[in-house]
Each structure stands twice: as C-alpha cells, then as structure tokens.
Design a protein. Structure first.
Length: 458
C-alpha cells in the first residue's frame, strides 16, 4: 500500500487500509496516522515546488490553500478531493501588536484562519475528512462541537449536498455566532445535558452504532488537512522556518497536525530547521498544562505514562471538575489528541502555558486594534507569547507565528461586553467571577442627537 492508516503506538504499529473507517486502533486503542510510502509516491524535490501552482489558480484545487499542497497529503486523487475555497488565509506581520508581547516590532506574525469559509481553521481539516467520508461512501457525518467544528461540517454539507450533517453540542456551551451557522446551514443539531467532553463521548458511540462518519479530530484525515496551515505559513515566509509556532490548545488537533507536518517535512528533507512549538491552554481548561508542565508527562518515544493520564482523569471525575472558560473553542478537559500532541511537543522541543481570562480578553483587544479581530480562544496564542517573552523562553528577537484560529464574529458577545462594560462576568468552578475591562476597552460614546455635541464628542 502506498497510503495507509497506522497505529501510532510503537509496540503495535498495525496498518489499516485507506477505506477503513477507524478513529483508534482496534487492537490497542491508540490513535491512527495517515501514512505515505514515499518509495512508491514521488515527493516534492524542494519546498519551492509548490510555487508552480500559483499560476494555476483558475483550478479550484490549486486555489484551495489545502489542496494546493496535495503532493504532501496525497491520500486521494486530486480530482476526488472536495473544496469550497478553504485556506485563503493571510499571515500578517503584526507591527502594532508586537510591542505588547515584548517582541521586536518586526518579529510577530499572525496567521489569520478566520478568513476560511466558515470563519475558522476547521475548514482545513474538514475538507480532507469530508473528502475521505465521501470516498468511503458515507451518507451522514457527525461531530461534537463547541461551535467551530459544527459550523465547518455544516457548511461543507450545505455547499456540496454529499453528506448530511449531525451536530452534538453541550448545554449552554456554544457561542451564538457559531450555533447560528450550524442552524442556518441546515445541520441536525442535538443538544445534550453536559459539556463538550460528554458530547464527544456520545457522538463516538452514536457514530459507531449508526454507521455515521465521524469528523472530529480523532479522525486522522482531519489532521491531514490541518497540516496545510503550516505549509501556508512557510509559503508566506518565503519558505523560511520561523523560530516559534504558538497555538491555542483545546482538543489538541492543531498542535498534533503541526507536529506531523514538521516531522514529514524534515524527513523528506524539505526543511532543515524545525520551529519550537508553544501550546497555550486557558486556565479554566488546562489539562495539557497540568500534565505536561506540572506532572512531567512526556512522549517518551510513544511509551508515555498512560497510568498518569488515567489517574488524572479519574481525579477530575471524582472532583466533578468541568472545563470553564470564556474561550469556548478551547473549553475542553479531555483532549482526544493528547498522545499525538505529546509527540509534537517532543519533536518541536515544545512548551505549554496557561493564560487567564483577563490575559486573553486584554490581548484580544490589542489584536483587534491591530486590525485582525479574533475570537477569545485565538487570543490565547498571543497572550501566551507575551508570557513566554516575559519569562525569557522566547527571545525578543526571535520570529514568532501565532495562530488566530477563528474570526471575531464567532463570539461577538464577548467583544461587545469587553468594550461596553466595566466588567465581563463568567462562570467557572470557583463561581461567578469578573474580568476588568477598564484598561484597554474602546468605549462607545453616547451623546444627544445634537450636532454641536456630536462634533464636541468627536
């Protein structure tokens, strides 16, 4: 087989056919990778190889920021890959935001994934997973979601008509901007009593029992599409590898896919340098931070301490601890891609940090003032950069790319509340708390309907 699925457990490594619908190894329960036999598939000879496709932008697959890099994810023939124009994103040099983080003015870059059709990075992976689902003959696709995955699945279903979408959400755990997309695009939406972790457990059970194609990031084809975010970053930097990639951490699909991208690029000799990876949790959903930085959990060649993870989750259950953060996109306590993320951290010499609600919302205000409005979870990457610069982990002269995962209008309530009130309140395990907004808020000015007073206010 030139393309196949493979268990990532080094003591198992069982292979499975491309046509099998699996989200874990049936033998050992570990996650799967999509693997390529590069002795049977001709890889690109250089990373600049992809520049030839810039002249073919009238071809929808070359216009796509995912399938333009098909040569590095050739699990299906190009003509069978589905695109709705995903990946038309930008990497902006953030001169105005860099000083806030402590970096030199020309050292911070923001990869803005909010320009995707559904407004988030999820479309990169959905185009790949959706293509595989159609390839294997699936008629329905499902996901659990805090919002962005549901919007992405729903738009692919609506645009193509090739699979019906079924969305599982937790009670009260989805931003209206995202929910409105799923509803408007015609997805069948199931709201259960519980949080994202509960919804994730149920959607896996239902998908298996009903034969529904699951598109959450346990699906290895989802992560193949998400690799291309890194390819576009390199493309925008004229193929120079940055010093750091900083990304929010929720279900850990992005960080896992980024690690796989750099592992493969390095193995193929397309890059010589590997960037360091920083994953930023919200303090109210900080499983990775606690396991990696406090408990010392490491990849260890694939033999990571599963007992430590099991004990951690058992204690979480016993304490009734639920994820709680205003950054709904990363409000996840049991990340399904934990093992792949550990691999990425190992290969990219990575670190993990947590940031508070205050840090995220203050940073979000600065990012917005720099011209790229983002959802609260996106701001975690920039807030984490600020923290790492202050710690001396990131040098002020290093080139840093922060991933902005979703558009500002994904959660407009958080933005309006921050700029319009003195305090934004949120609920977490400690009860009702507030974020002070007086320092960086851009307050609207209220005046009477009088020309003189309006001019005076201006």
């Amino acid at each position: 087989m030139s393309v196949y699925q493979q268990c990532i457990n080094p003591t198992c490594r069982k292979n499975f056919d491309l046509s099998e619908i699996l989200h874990a190894c049936p033998d050992c329960g570990e996650l799967l990778d999509v693997e390529y036999d590069w002795n049977k598939i001709t890889p690109p000879k250089s990373i600049q190889h992809f520049e030839q496709y810039w002249q073919q932008r009238s071809n929808p697959h070359r216009l796509s920021g995912v399938w333009r890099f098909h040569d590095l994810l050739p699990f299906l023939p190009l003509e069978r890959c589905i695109t709705i124009g995903e990946g038309q994103t930008i990497l902006q040099q953030a001169h105005r935001v860099a000083p806030y983080t402590g970096l030199k003015e020309d050292r911070l870059f923001l990869q803005y994934e909010g320009l995707n059709p559904s407004g988030s990075f999820k479309d990169n992976g959905m185009s790949a997973a959706f293509s595989h689902g159609v390839f294997v003959g699936a008629k329905r696709a499902a996901c659990a979601s805090t919002g962005n995955t549901s919007a992405s699945l729903a738009i692919y279903s609506a645009c193509t008509g090739l699979m019906q979408s079924v969305i599982f959400i937790g009670s009260g755990k989805i931003a209206y901007g995202k929910l409105s997309q799923a509803l408007d695009y015609g997805a069948k939406t199931i709201q259960i009593q519980g949080d994202f972790d509960d919804a994730m457990e149920r959607v896996q059970q239902v998908s298996k029992e009903q034969g529904i194609y699951l598109v959450n990031s346990v699906n290895p084809f989802r992560l193949e599409g998400q690799k291309t975010i890194m390819f576009r970053v390199l493309e925008a930097l004229r193929w120079e590898v940055p010093d750091w990639i900083v990304v929010p951490g929720g279900n850990l699909g992005n960080s896992s896919s980024f690690g796989k991208a750099f592992i493969e690029l390095h193995k193929l000799g397309l890059i010589q340098k590997v960037p360091r990876l920083a994953i930023i949790n919200a303090a109210g959903a900080n499983t990775l931070y606690r396991l990696f930085e406090q408990e010392g959990l490491r990849w260890n060649g694939g033999n990571y301490d599963k007992t430590l993870v099991q004990k951690f989750f058992a204690q979480m259950t016993a304490e009734g601890r639920k994820a709680s953060t205003i950054a709904s996109a990363i409000e996840i306590n049991r990340p399904v891609n934990l093992s792949k993320c550990l691999r990425a951290l190992d290969f990219c010499n990575g670190v993990v940090r947590e940031v508070t609600e205050q840090e995220m919302l203050d940073t979000k205000a600065h990012v917005g003032a720099g011209g790229l409005g983002c959802e609260p979870a996106s701001a975690a990457s920039v807030a984490g950069t600020k923290k790492l610069v202050a710690e001396g982990i990131i040098e002020k002269s290093e080139r840093v790319v922060c991933i902005l995962t979703g558009h500002q209008l994904k959660d407009p309530n958080a933005t309006v509340a921050y700029h319009g009130t003195d305090t934004v309140f949120f609920e977490d395990t400690l009860g009702k708390r507030g974020v002070n907004t007086t320092e960086f808020a851009n307050r609207p000015v209220s005046v009477e309907n009088d020309l003189e007073k309006i001019v005076g206010a201006i």
